[in-house]
Write a protein of this length. Structure first.
Length: 159
């Protein structure tokens, strides 16, 4: 199958990503869409995404779940903390401001060349350093909050 128009296969049928996204987006909240993605994956990627999601929520109880960019789970708190993309051989957590975060456990192993983002690629069978990941989540939320505090919202001209 070519990369474009690639469908989602569950063993019995194939549904185009566009069809699946339209069906999912029309009826559910972002959290429900993430639930559906985890269930739809039905393999180690779904289990990994579910585990990471729980760790994110444990680390930051005020995190907001979103569904962006044609089906990407996003976790935010005063700005994007990270995204949770799933590919054939990897679950990728991309931290929007990862280059600005301390990573003493060296979790970041992908997208290392950029000036802004950093990512963690998790492959089948790999263990997640849960405490280190939660520390990164908390640091990303704190960075977002400090950035927001340093840049007050512009007032409208009529105020």
């Amino acid at each position: 199958m070519s990369g474009e128009g690639k469908g989602v296969r569950d063993g019995n049928h194939e549904e185009s990503e566009t069809t699946m996204e339209k069906r999912m987006e029309g009826e559910n909240s972002p959290s429900q869409l993430i639930d559906a993605r985890i269930e739809e994956l039905g393999d180690w990627r779904g289990e990994t995404l579910a585990r990471v999601r729980k760790l994110i929520k444990d680390a930051d109880p005020d995190v907001v779940e979103e569904w962006k960019w044609r089906g990407v789970p996003v976790w935010s708190h005063a700005g994007i903390i990270c995204t949770g993309e799933t590919y054939k051989s990897v679950v990728k957590l991309t931290f929007a401001k990862g280059a600005s975060l301390e990573d003493p456990a060296s979790l970041f192993n992908s997208s290392l060349e950029g000036n802004t983002r950093r990512a963690i690629d998790i492959h089948e069978g790999e263990k997640i350093d849960e405490e280190a990941l939660k520390a990164l989540i908390r640091a990303a939320a704190a960075l977002n909050l400090s950035s927001k505090a340093g840049h007050p919202q512009k007032r409208s001209k009529s105020a």
